[in-house]
Design a protein around this ligand. Structure first.
Ligand code: HMG
Length: 414
């Protein structure tokens, strides 16, 4: 019997505040078109210190459990992908287990590799279930991060924050993975990193774009070779292998990156299938191809900014929220990139109940209920000390970090 494993449900948690990039551009004396058209970002999520990685992750997990009537006893693995940990030893996942009241009998751990950490956790869960070792249990994988480059840096308009929690099981209502097809590409590079003790990342911005695109070419070609061998896609000039995917979601540090990524992916196909890059064809087809395969995945990302580990999965959520009905039963591709660097291209089929299932995440409400802040308020929030959160009661269903006592982080639930 063929094993079916993948993402059954998801939930998203975002900080309360959002900054509009046209406001930021004006305050920085930059043409707003640079941020909105040049980088493709309209808004970015802004945290206060009470909305730390744990609070965002725990809020997303509680939403996932409540909206999908998940029996906590059915969960056998809880993994958090994050590059914004709160302790050198105690993982974010451990705090989340406590906050969400999850039972004792489960594997609980964090996975770190920049923005790729969540994907590493997702694949560990999928392969754990597919192997039969899970014994019928499900896994919860959470991607939770705060992307912080600092005020008045080149990376400033590419910040953001948020968490995506995913229920992984043998009932893949949203996405059933193509087992064994994943293509990988990784290398030891210094494109982006955050040395111990620093709140802000160190980044070689333009080089990081090159590293991303290089990794994409490698991971995609690796996936394509495996997919061709299993006759999942065919090499045909009339329908390139990537065109045989109904949609493609990329890691989205800023939305323009998805456009660059899609152009690179198509170039891999055009070079390899036709033997040479056909510029005239690409000129004719690229805009339509981007609109058909990628645009839907940017609907939420363009209003949240980079959320590191969760960015790919926020893109996936946006893709389904914008048009799951048209994707039901169809194969899509997803590309995960983490600086440093590690990457993976994988594919799967959208479940037949995906349109109803994604409604349980109430994504329009999650994104629409945030408050717009001024640039002055954003700068004030950025300057607050990380361990001294303002005394604000948590919203119903949400968690907040309330401070440190005896070296222990404390949280309140709303
Ligand atoms: P920059 O140098 O300020 O921007 O920083 P730029 O000069 O390259 O301009 C950006 C785009 O705006 C360009 O478009 C300009 O032409 C355009 P492109 O040529 O690239 O298509 N532009 C305009 N468009 C319209 N009207 C105008 C205008 N002016 C300019 N008036 C950079 C940009 C992304 C480098 C910076 O924001 C940065 O360093 N960001 C952080 C790094 C990053 O996001 N890297 C992405 C790849 S690595 C990755 O994804 C991993 C990551 O998520 C971390 C992890 O894994 O944990 C970051």
């Amino acid at each position: 019997m063929k094993t079916s494993v993948g993402i059954e449900a998801l939930a998203v948690a975002l900080p309360r505040h959002t900054l509009h990039l046209e406001d930021l551009a004006r305050a920085r004396g930059v043409d707003p078109a640079k941020y909105i058209a040049g980088l493709g970002v309209r808004e970015m999520a802004v945290t206060d210190p009470g909305e730390d990685t744990v609070a965002l992750a725990a809020t997303a997990v509680r939403r996932l459990i409540d909206s999908n009537d998940v029996d906590p006893a059915s969960i056998g693995m809880l993994a958090v992908g994050t590059e914004t940990g709160v302790d050198h030893s105690k993982p974010v996942a451990s705090y989340v287990q406590g906050a969400a009241g999850l039972p004792r009998h489960m594997r609980v751990f964090d996975v770190q590799h920049a923005c790729y950490g969540g994907t590493a956790g997702l694949m560990a869960a999928i392969e754990w279930i597919a192997s039969g070792v899970a014994g019928g249990k499900s896994a919860v994988i959470v991607c939770s991060d705060i992307a912080r480059y600092g005020v008045k840096t080149a990376g400033e308009p590419t910040q953001g924050a948020g968490a995506v929690a995913m229920l992984v099981s043998s009932r893949p209502e949203l996405f059933a993975i193509d087992l064994g097809l994943n293509g990988t590409s990784s290398a030891h590079v210094f494109d982006f990193w955050r040395p111990l003790g620093r709140r802000e990342a160190v980044v070689d911005g333009h080089y990081s774009i090159d590293c991303y695109l290089e990794a994409l070419s490698g991971a995609y070609r690796d996936w394509r070779g495996r997919a061709e061998a299993k006759e999942i896609v065919r090499r045909a000039a009339s329908a390139l292998p990537s065109e045989q995917l109904a949609a493609i979601g990329y890691h989205v540090p800023f939305c323009k990156m998805a456009k660059k990524a899609h152009a690179r992916l198509r170039r891999c196909d055009l070079d390899d299938v036709l033997g040479a890059f056909d510029e005239a064809r690409e000129e004719r087809e690229s805009a339509t191809s981007f609109e058909r395969q990628v645009a839907g995945s940017l609907t939420l990302c363009s209003r949240v900014g980079n959320i590191y580990t969760g960015s790919l999965y926020l893109g996936f959520a946006g893709m389904l929220n914008a048009g799951a009905a048209a994707l039901v039963g169809k194969r899509i591709g997803l590309f995960s990139y983490g600086s440093g660097c590690a990457s993976e291209f994988f594919s799967g089929v959208v479940g037949k109940n995906a349109a109803e299932q994604i409604q349980r995440a109430h994504l329009d409400e999650v994104i629409g209920s945030r408050e717009r802040v001024t640039v002055e308020e954003y700068e004030r929030l950025m300057a607050l000390q990380p361990d001294a959160p303002p005394d604000i009661p948590p919203a119903p269903g949400a968690f907040r970090f309330t401070g440190v006592k005896d070296h222990r982080r404390e949280y309140a639930a709303g």
